[in-house]
Design a protein around this ligand. Structure first.
Ligand SMILES: [Zn+2]
Length: 315
């Protein structure tokens, strides 16, 4: 039995949340004369994403594809959706439009994190302050730096619905990527939480996990937990570095399922972000000792598994 009362989240009928498992982000379908999707999941699940979207839309074409941010778990299905519905217009946060059109994998952060994403095109820019029509509603666009410097929030004010991407989850916080490359600290994440508080949403549709509502205090509780976690990171940045390293390694293994020991080693050595995190976490350890230190609890808890030949994704 559920530990808390079931809250009837009053999402309008024309908003359909496809809740996904890791690695994919959730997908929000906005129905109407011009059907739209927000965030498209990981490339690993791209065919499944197209199938699930088609199951909802039937013969209606997908007209619009929009993104909260361009991490590989939020835009990996975009290429497949564009192939299925070639007339769709694709929107990305404004500062990324040029990088997508040139497909600059370094600027798009796929190289730095050692992640993969299928190439896609982009036509239009999501600009904070300029509303965008998605399905049957007009959505405000708000800047949401923190997890990703270029991310945006989408807010539908009539029903109080916030698409938060990875700026706010019900439980836990995402990695603060701008802190890894040194381009920003933790404060932008807090400022984005302030923006969310001011918008006072009724319902949050997060990038990962189930939607949650104001009723019963779930949104306030989520904001409180996120602020607490950021305060911990601010007091002890090394904790964030360790958390981020584990997330990046787990993410890779969720993508590939298994790697030979040699390939695993090669991937670890080649991921620039991990070297930055090594220096932020324990510069006193040499690289092999640091990796062993990070990996030991992951193997110990079964998050990763290994046999004679391979490292595998665990529980
Ligand atoms: Zn995500």
């Amino acid at each position: 039995m559920s530990q808390r009362p079931v809250q009837a989240l009053a999402l309008p009928d024309d908003l359909v949340v496809l809740q996904r498992d890791w690695l994919s982000s959730n997908n929000l379908l906005c129905l109407g004369e011009q059907a739209a999707i927000v965030d498209t999941g990981h490339v690993k699940h791209a065919a499944q994403t197209v199938r699930r979207v088609r199951a909802v839309l039937g013969t209606q074409p997908l007209a619009t594809i929009a993104h909260t941010h361009l991490h590989s778990d939020h835009c990996g299905g975009t290429g497949a959706l564009q192939a299925a519905w070639p007339t769709a217009t694709t929107w990305v946060p404004e500062p990324s439009l040029d990088a997508v059109q040139r497909w600059d994998e370094d600027a798009l952060s796929f190289d730095g994190t050692g992640q993969r994403c299928a190439r896609f095109g982009a036509d239009r820019a999501l600009v904070p302050g300029q509303p965008v029509r998605l399905g049957a509603h007009d959505w405000q666009v708000h800047a949401a730096p923190g997890h990703d410097s270029l991310a945006v929030l989408l807010f539908e004010p009539r029903h109080g619905i916030l698409v938060s991407g990875d700026a706010l989850w019900e439980h836990g916080v995402g990695v603060i990527f701008p802190h890894i490359d040194g381009s920003a600290g933790f404060e932008p994440f807090n400022e984005t939480l302030d923006v969310i508080e001011r918008l006072a949403p009724e319902i949050v549709i997060p990038g990962h996990g189930a939607p949650f509502g104001r009723a019963g205090g779930a949104i306030d509780a989520a904001l409180g937990r996120a602020r607490e976690r950021i305060a911990t990171f601010q007091a002890q940045p090394a904790q964030h570095a360790l958390y981020a390293a584990k997330v990046l390694i787990k993410y890779q293994m969720l993508d590939v399922d298994a790697m030979t020991h040699a390939d695993f080693e090669r991937w670890l050595n080649a991921a620039p972000s991990l070297h930055l995190l090594h220096r932020q976490h324990r510069p006193d350890l040499d690289w092999p000792s640091w990796l062993a230190h990070v990996l030991a609890p992951m193997f110990g808890k079964g998050v990763l598994q290994r046999d004679a030949t391979h490292v595998r994704d665990g529980n």
